[in-house]
Design a protein around this ligand. Structure first.
Ligand SMILES: Cc1cc2nc3c(=O)[nH]c(=O)nc-3n(C[C@H](O)[C@H](O)[C@H](O)COP(=O)(O)OP(=O)(O)OC[C@H]3O[C@@H](n4cnc5c(N)ncnc54)[C@H](O)[C@@H]3O)c2cc1C
Length: 298
């Protein structure tokens, strides 16, 4: 079985930043694996500007920001394995990999999980009614529009006013769609003020606070939702052909399940905690990449 000193799972910004830092700190037997066919993680679908202010002193798009980290990675000798999914990790420090060559094993001394996060799906929400076509998470919608150039609907309702919900409200508006409203259960938007200003205020998109979607209607395709005003209990039918849910991100730590808390396991980026900005995920991961090498020298 092949072995490496450090295995990093996930070549998003966190995985790349950790790999560059570990390499720069002296690690010379380092494997970075990602199931996708390119590095960058979530960033290639984030075509808006707003990345890299603290890391690079510039407002970059997600793809440009990913390219900067990919260029930094390229100058190292880190072994990047794309199209390679890590299926499981054992307590005996072995990873089971699935790639085009088939299944394989890779032993490691230390492991960084930089596997990002997943979106909370509509099925996890207490919403009555049917589950017809036309319901997407914000990340799914972003990938379909920005990477696959698909048109998802005309009359859009967005549930959740975190950064992702607000960014997608602007994205649909720029696509010429009608964003009926962004619906938020709290009395304040959930994302950054910067995104509220740039994505909601500047495009005059209605926000409905202290409200939620309580029922979905439609057979085949969604035709509307019932909105409930949380303070008054007032219910209102709103006609729409697309519902976007932006109701939270969950760190993706499936690979760590059952491993306990071994001293060779580290979590970085959104796998560790949800980072609002990519620079923060990168900074955390860089620190971990450096720390691992310092701890190895003790
Ligand atoms: C829609 C959206 C908009 C954003 N906008 C901004 C913004 O404007 N400005 C800003 O600074 N930040 C923004 N962010 C935040 C920032 O993009 C993220 O915090 C950061 O990119 C997360 O990086 P990551 O490496 O932790 O995760 P990810 O980018 O998700 O990377 C995780 C990687 O792990 C891989 N992976 C997962 N499991 C496995 C496995 N078992 N085997 C192999 N590979 C695996 C995945 O394929 C993926 O490539 C935004 C985030 C989102 C979602």
């Amino acid at each position: 079985m092949k072995r490496c000193e450090l295995l990093i799972v996930g070549a998003g910004v966190a995985g790349m930043a950790a790999a560059v830092a570990a390499w720069d700190s002296g690690c010379r037997n380092l494997v970075l694996a990602d199931r996708a066919d390119r590095s960058g993680g979530i960033l290639p679908q984030c075509i808006h500007e707003g990345f890299g202010l603290s890391a690079f002193g510039a407002e970059l798009t997600g793809p440009d920001y990913a390219d900067r980290w990919a260029a930094a990675l390229k100058r190292t000798g880190v072994q990047l394995l794309l199209n390679t999914e890590v299926l499981s990790v054992t307590e005996t420090k072995t990873a089971i990999l699935s790639s085009r060559e088939g299944l394989g094993e890779l032993g490691f001394e230390r492991l960084i999980l930089a596997t990002g996060c997943r979106e909370r799906a509509v099925g996890s929400l207490p919403i009555a009614g049917t589950r017809p076509a036309g319901i997407f998470t914000a990340g799914q919608a972003q990938a379909l529009i920005n990477l696959r150039h698909q048109s998802l609907g005309r009359n859009i309702l967005i549930l959740g006013s975190g950064d992702l919900g607000m960014i997608m409200a602007r994205r649909f508006t720029l696509e010429g769609k009608r964003v009926i409203a962004v619906v938020e259960q709290n009395d304040h938007y959930g994302g950054m003020a910067r995104n509220h200003h740039r994505c909601i205020e500047q495009y005059h998109i209605p926000m409905l606070y202290r409200s939620t979607v309580s029922e979905i209607h439609g057979v085949g395709r969604i035709c509307g939702v019932t909105l409930t005003q949380l303070d008054s209990g007032r219910r209102e039918y709103i006609s729409c052909d697309t519902l976007i849910t932006a109701v939270g991100l969950i760190p993706e730590r499936e690979l760590a399940r059952g491993l306990g808390d071994p001293d060779w396991l580290y979590l970085a980026g959104n796998c560790h905690r949800i980072h609002q900005v990519a620079d923060s995920a990168a900074a955390e991961a860089e620190a971990i990449g450096k720390r691992i090498m310092q701890e190895g020298q003790r």
